[in-house]
Each structure stands twice: as C-alpha cells, then as structure tokens.
Design a binder for this molecule. Structure first.
Ligand SMILES: [Zn+2]
Length: 122
C-alpha cells in the first residue's frame, strides 16, 4: 500500500510517499518508510542533481539523490551505509532505492489505471 499526499497545501509540487519496507532491526519486520521530496531542479533537463528525497523510517533519516549524468542517464544514490559500503560498489540498489523505484512503478500503474478508468467512463 502506498499513498501520495500534498506536503504543503500551497505547494502542489511537494509530495510525500509512504511504503512498507523491511525495518532496520535484525528481525526486519516491516516498517513504514516515507519519502519526502526536498529538492527538485526547476530545469528538469539539466545535468547534475535532478531531485533529492528524504527517507524516514530507518535508524536515521537518509537522503536519496537523483542525478543526471552527462550522457543523459539518471543515477540514484542513497546516503545509507548499505548503499555506500555494499550496494553501490556491487552495482545494486539498497532497499531504500528499491522501495523508491517500486513506489514509482506502483504510482505509474495507478496513474495508468486512472487514465484508463477515465477513458472508459467518457
Ligand atoms: Zn539506502
């Protein structure tokens, strides 16, 4: 389950998303993690930092940065220890980024479903 909610009523571009991920404790019981958009480059096509999101729900808040490389590809970085010391050197994503990507996919699917429902209704 995930949801999108406006963070500030006056700021339509600021969004927060919430998802369940394995928690930081050894038993890894599911915990609620939230992703809050903290920065978005007004020039979406620019190289460098495109967006930053703050991840809450772990031992400490982490930050996910989305950067556009000079070749146009997007890179995702997380500041958690797993990403810095294990996931990035091994070429995989930490659970925060995996959750973030999964959420994005889920929201797109919901969006597609909504568009489909609207088409079907008209
Ligand atoms: Zn992480």
């Amino acid at each position: 389950m995930s949801s999108v909610s406006p963070d500030e009523p006056n700021e339509g571009s600021m969004v927060a998303v919430v998802t369940l991920l394995p928690g930081p404790a050894r038993k890894r019981t599911s915990r609620l993690y939230s992703y809050r958009l903290t920065y978005r480059n007004p020039d979406y096509e620019a190289n460098g930092c495109v967006m930053t999101w703050e991840v809450e729900g772990g031992r400490t808040p982490y930050q996910i940065a989305i950067e556009r490389a000079p070749d146009g590809g997007l890179r995702l970085h997380c500041t958690c220890a797993d990403a810095v010391f294990r996931a990035e050197p091994e070429g995989r994503f930490c659970k925060h980024i995996r959750g973030f990507l999964h959420l994005g996919q889920e929201l797109r699917e919901q969006g597609d479903y909504l568009r489909f429902a609207m088409r079907a209704a008209s």
